[in-house]
Each structure stands twice: as C-alpha cells, then as structure tokens.
Design a protein around this ligand. Structure first.
Ligand code: OOG
Ligand code: NI
Length: 263
C-alpha cells in the first residue's frame, strides 16, 4: 500500500513535473544505488486539504509527524513525517497560510476549493494534479505575491521534488563531489543561499537542481512554467546523540523552496 503510493507519486512527478529526473538517474546511477531520502508535497491551509488533514492520510499508511517548521516571510508552515519502516523516504509537507495572503488570492482559493470535494479515503488525490482551472493572467498575478501559491495553483497535487541520499551512494564521498559531477553533466543547479545549503555541524547538507520548465494547461492555452526539481542530501551523525540527523533545517529549506523560481 505505502510502496504503491510512493511509486505512483514518483511516476506522476517524473512524467509530469520533472522529466529530467531520468537523466539524473542515468548520471547518478553510475555512482551507487539510488535511494530516496525524502520527497515533498505542497498544499494550502484550507480545511479539506491542509497539513492536518493530509497528515491523517499519511498516518493511515504508517507515517508519523516528527517536527514542524515555520517560514514567516513565505507564509508557509511545514511538518516532516517518518515511516515506522526507516528504509522508506521521509516526507516534507508544507502549506501556504492563506489568512496571511492578499484578499484576492484568498478569494480565488476559497471560490475554487470550497465547492470541491476531496476523497479523503483515497490517498491517490496527493498526485491528482490540478482538478480546477486557472488562467495564465491569474497565474502571473499570484506569482508576484507568492511563488508557492502560483506553483500550487498551476500544478495542483503531486511531489514537487524527490531527494537522492548521498549517504547511500557507495562511490561518492561528499555532496560537493556529486555536485561537481552534476555540473559537469550540464545540470543547472539552484545557487540561492549557495550551492550547498546547511553543514555537517547542522547534521544536513543539501543541494538541488532548478525546476524543469514543463508545459501546463491553463484555461486560455498551454504555457511553459517551472515544474519539479531534484534534490540531493547528505546527513551526518549528531555529536550529542551519536544518531543520524533526520530532520530539516529551516534556513536551508527556505532556499530549497526557491528551486521552483522562474529564471
Ligand atoms: C520544500 C522545500 C524544503 C527541504 O528538503 O528542505 C525541502 C518544497 O520545495 O516544497 O524540501
Ligand atoms: Ni527537500
């Protein structure tokens, strides 16, 4: 059940949001086995679809919420989830706090979502894409206010990134070594906040590609906009506990979000 969900989510992400993921697998696969550290989901804090209601679905497949994160400037709230089977990927689930957004964005979302019904017995809605319509003008308008809002309203439900664990690549010693390989292969990386976000002392180093530009159907035609990206992470043992750090770092995550910014 949980494995089926993850493989369906991957299929949607790799086809619809991040077609370059197959090239990345081709490159990175030469250096060890590809293991997912985590993937990320985005949503809005409306009662039917907020972090709290999605977490119930995740609980049903064995995930537990482990920590929460706040991004004041971006108006986001997030939690990360871990599965009882530690081999399964962690999940980073965030929501846009609509109450902090403009009246016009609030109204647009309320009009679209309050009349929609989501089948909460079926976790498949987490990769159902966009079941509403939006014009390119509204997309551009909301993009000025919140890149996150525009991304979610254009793409809907699906993983915005998967993350390859550098720890699981037996032929790679460090994230910077992997970054070099990716850059040599002409992969375009997100340099906001530096190529590598975080540090060994913090327990986590991360880097990511810039999102692929993918074709999306708007109510008035097809347009290319940023879709999904790929992330790479290296986790370290904490000096205090001697255990590997499994959480996320707000300052780093803040920059990872920007991997879907338009160039
Ligand atoms: C999530 C960004 C944060 C991380 O690993 O810190 C994140 C997103 O872009 O939706 O995934
Ligand atoms: Ni991530």
């Amino acid at each position: 059940m949980v494995k089926q969900f993850i493989s369906n989510l991957w299929l949607d992400y790799s086809v619809r949001l991040c077609p370059s993921s197959s090239n990345i697998h081709h490159i990175v696969g030469d250096y060890g086995s590809i293991t997912t550290d985590h993937f990320a989901l985005r949503t809005l804090n409306l009662p039917q679809i907020n972090v709290q209601s999605i977490s119930l679905l995740l609980q049903n497949i064995g995930y537990k919420s482990k920590a929460s994160y706040i991004f004041r400037k971006k108006k986001l709230y997030a939690e990360h989830f871990e599965h009882i089977d530690k081999k399964l990927p962690k999940i980073f689930l965030s929501q846009l706090n609509l109450q902090d957004c403009s009246k016009s964005l609030q109204k647009f979302c309320l009009d679209k979502f309050t009349k929609m019904s989501f089948d909460h017995t079926n976790i498949d809605f987490l990769f159902s894409g966009k079941t509403w319509d939006i014009s390119i003008n509204d997309y551009e308008k909301f993009l000025k206010e919140s890149e996150y809002a525009a991304w979610f309203l254009a793409h809907g439900f699906g993983a915005n990134h998967f993350t390859i664990s550098v720890n699981a690549l037996n032929k790679i010693k460090s994230l910077s070594e992997l970054n070099e390989i990716l850059i040599q292969n002409k992969i375009i990386m997100n340099k906001n906040g530096g190529l590598i976000k975080g540090s060994e002392a913090l327990g986590l180093e991360q880097s990511s590609t810039l999102a692929d530009h993918v074709q999306v159907q708007f109510s008035d035609g097809f347009f290319y906009i940023p879709g999904g990206f790929y992330e790479f992470s290296q986790r370290y043992k904490s000096i205090d506990s001697g255990r590997i750090f499994n959480g996320f770092i707000e300052a780093s995550a803040d920059k990872i979000f920007e991997s879907t910014n338009r160039l």
